[in-house]
Design a protein around this ligand. Structure first.
Ligand SMILES: Nc1nc2c(ncn2[C@@H]2O[C@H](COP(=O)(O)OP(=O)(O)OP(=O)(O)O)[C@@H](O)[C@H]2O)c(=O)[nH]1
Ligand SMILES: C=C(OP(=O)(O)O)C(=O)O
Length: 208
């Protein structure tokens, strides 16, 4: 089975808006790029994926992504779900059998998390990796790609579950630290202090 990974990244000036009262625009951009780098490296080191793609409307993001060995896909449809759908269609046409869509803001992501998702996908059409509170989706692995529509946004975990149920697809819900701790708020950055900061030093620099 040919696995491909797809990482959506918002334009840097709009990214991490919930941190705007704590970090400058350049700090938010650096944080976003550092986290993207970590996620791309983890995906690459896992040696699961034929290639890793980044979809974004931001030239700086796409240039960095290419520099870090990912394929750069220009966002042809604006917004999280439309951008992913267009990029996933591209991946399907390139021959992907299975597609992992994963957030760029997962500083504690580890190779073992990716391995677990892939193992779970061997027995299920759809694997949904939830955010810390269980309501969001930080990663979605399906085979084939686009077997269900992207429903990222509020309560997306339940929307993805419902879409799978409607289509009588077999699905499982995954929860692990590395896939659940996404960095949206200042509390999320503080939460990182409870874990091994050497895993992701740049967040530490921001809170120190
Ligand atoms: N290409 C693309 N990616 C997006 C878009 N919106 C969100 N993303 C990405 O989707 C993932 C989850 O995004 P969010 O946590 O909702 O957005 P964020 O910018 O990280 O944070 P907020 O601005 O605080 O909502 C991250 O990898 C984002 O960069 C979009 O419109 N286009
Ligand atoms: C992060 C999510 O979506 P959005 O980026 O649309 O807020 C989500 O669905 O958990």
């Amino acid at each position: 089975m040919k696995y491909t990974a797809l990482v959506p990244v918002k334009s840097l000036e709009a990214a991490k808006s919930r941190l705007a009262s704590h970090l400058t625009a350049e700090q938010r951009a650096s944080l976003m790029l550092d986290m993207l780098h970590h996620v791309l490296q983890t995906l690459q080191v896992s040696q699961v994926f034929e290639h890793v793609s980044v979809v974004s409307a931001d030239t700086r993001v796409l240039q960095q992504a290419q520099h870090w060995g990912a394929q750069a896909l220009v966002e042809t449809q604006a917004g999280h779900n439309p951008a992913l759908t267009a990029a996933a269609t591209h991946e399907l046409l390139q021959g992907a059998d299975a597609l992992l869509t994963i957030s760029a803001d997962l500083p504690l992501l580890q190779v073992a998390d990716i391995g677990q998702l892939v193992e779970e996908s061997r027995c299920h059409d759809v694997v949904i990796a939830t955010s810390q509170d269980g309501t969001g989706t930080n990663a979605l692995l399906t085979h084939p790609p686009l077997i269900l529509p992207y429903k990222f946004g509020v309560n997306s975990r339940y929307h993805h579950q419902n879409e799978a149920q409607k289509r009588h697809l077999s699905y499982t819900v995954h929860h692990s630290l590395g896939l659940s701790l996404d960095i949206d708020t200042i509390e999320d950055i503080s939460a990182l202090e409870r874990y091994d900061m050497t895993t992701f030093a740049s967040c530490g620099r921001l809170v120190l």
